[in-house]
Ligand binder design. Sequence first.
Ligand SMILES: [Zn+2]
Length: 64
Amino acid sequence: MIRRTTCPTCRKHVSTANDNPWRPFCSERCRLIDLGEWMNGNRQITSGETMPEAVRPRDPDIKH
Ligand SMILES: [Zn+2]
């Protein structure tokens, strides 16, 4: 049974069969791009810009 998924980098449909060494990516290039983005913090999930202000501690007892 051949399972298919989507390449996280280029959104192309890729095979998850054993003959694809780069799964879940479509190629080595897309795998390296994804790893590089993680390390550079370019991923939206690692960006602090979308972090809500409520999660930042504002305890008045904390001395600076
Ligand atoms: Zn790809």
